[in-house]
Design a protein around this ligand. Structure first.
Ligand code: 3PG
Ligand code: MG
Length: 407
């Protein structure tokens, strides 16, 4: 028995369903075109099932944040969904006003519409409880027109926002198929990862990673941590290694002295659990030049891990039963610095380990390398996945659990 309802628990024939998805997409900065439709494809099973069961599906989604350059309406998102679904998805340029309400009232069974960017509503991003959000204009105007609320937005499950939790207080609510799959797969890993488990962190940010690593080691979710990318640089700096001006500048954008203190403590406490690079590839002119950690500092940017590190990390992974990849090992967009990411990710994909990948850039790297079929679970989550991995409760999941007892 699941702790929350799923689509199996409702008779959807002819019913109106408010479906909250996460179709927040990477856009082209100039043309504003959608660059990647993974999140739509992954939510397709839910939309298809609602259509096949003759429900009237009202999609609610967000794009960007108020004030950000990628905060646009959802006309393109509706078009992209229509193309992937192979069925009309009408875009309604309204969220809960008369236009939206009439559109919902006039729907036929099996039809799908998409309302406009729900973050155009100011109350959307307030952090409140489901009961408080249920009093909002958004929920009060839409819920009387619907029979059910379905949440399939795993990637936004760490947010306490209005359309993500408010409806669960007033409508019978269920998790969609993507949400179900993400939670089932990830819970299994968190509760009982096949051991040994190795977590690799890379990418271009490091301050949030420190506490994640600490929790993973503390909970024994992770046995070993491999660091690449900026997190590796930060850990080496905390050990007192001078990386050279250019690399120190990159770290300074984010790091505080407190961060380095935390890292030092982590390294002392988990001496044998954290693996760092022993060499790097630096960008001298435009070439890839490998350099040992003992040869640092350098005047050049460190853009990838070196061959010895690649080989060491493969050894660590070769004994693992579960591997989690979060962040590329270097600047993989540049062919000269793709090697670390390519070799490590390919090694993981070709081995028998249970592999999990999450976060926008990591998924993009996996797709660029054509490895997506050989990864055990590709999560749509970034922030939500990280929170979940750390053992934090996700507000959307808690709201869905509560709703199961309410109706
Ligand atoms: C995401 O892509 O991170 C989710 O859609 C949540 O969006 P947010 O980080 O702007 O809240
Ligand atoms: Mg985000």
């Amino acid at each position: 028995m699941k702790e929350y309802n799923t689509l199996d628990d409702f008779n959807l024939e002819g019913k109106t369903v408010l479906l909250r998805v996460d179709f927040n997409m990477p856009l082209d900065k100039e043309s504003f075109e959608i660059l990647d439709t993974t999140r739509i494809k992954r939510a397709l099973p839910t939309i298809k099932e609602l259509v096949e069961k003759n429900a009237k599906t009202v999609i609610i989604a967000h794009q960007g944040r108020q004030g950000s350059w990628d905060f646009i309406n959802l006309e393109q998102h509706a078009k992209a969904t229509e193309n992937i679904l192979g069925k009309t998805v009408r875009f309604v340029e309204d969220i809960y006003g008369e236009t939206a309400q009439n559109a919902i009232k006039n729907m036929q069974s099996g039809e799908v519409i998409m309302l406009d960017n729900v973050r155009r509503y100011d109350g959307e991003t307030e952090k409140k409880t489901p009961e408080e959000h249920a009093q909002s204009e958004l929920v009060q105007n839409l819920y009387p027109l619907a029979d059910y609320y379905v949440n399939d937005a795993f990637a936004a499950a760490h947010r306490k926002q209005c359309s993500l939790i408010g409806f669960t207080a007033v409508l019978p609510s269920a998790a969609g198929r993507l949400m179900e799959k993400e939670l089932a797969t990830l819970s299994k890993i968190i509760a009982n990862p096949e051991k040994p488990s190795v977590f690799l962190f890379g990418g271009a940010k490091f301050s949030d990673v420190i506490v994640t690593i600490e929790r993973l080691l503390e909970n024994k979710t992770a046995d070993k941590i491999i660091l690449t990318g900026l997190p590796a640089n930060a850990f080496l700096k905390a050990k007192g290694i001078n990386l050279g001006d250019k690399n120190e500048e990159m770290l300074a954008k984010e790091g505080t002295s407190e961060n380095y203190q935390e890292i030092k403590q982590l390294l002392e406490k988990y001496k044998d659990g954290i693996y760092l690079p022993v060499d790097f590839a630096e960008q001298s002119n435009t070439n890839r030049n490998e350099i040992e950690v003992s040869e640092l500092p350098t005047q050049y940017n460190l853009f990838d891990i070196g061959e010895k590190s690649i080989s060491n990390f493969k050894d660590v992974i070769s004994n693992a039963k579960t591997v989690f990849l979060s962040g590329p090992c270097g600047v993989f967009e540049n062919p000269a610095f793709m090697k670390g990411t390519q070799e490590i990710f390919t090694y993981v994909a070709n081995s028998k380990v249970f592999s999990i990948v999450g976060g926008g850039h990591t998924v993009a790297a996996v797709e660029k390398l054509g490895l997506q079929e050989r990864i055990s679970h590709i999560s749509t989550g970034g922030g939500s996945l990280e929170k979940f991995m750390m053992g934090e409760k996700l507000p959307v999941v808690e709201a869905l659990k509560k709703a199961k007892h309410r109706f």
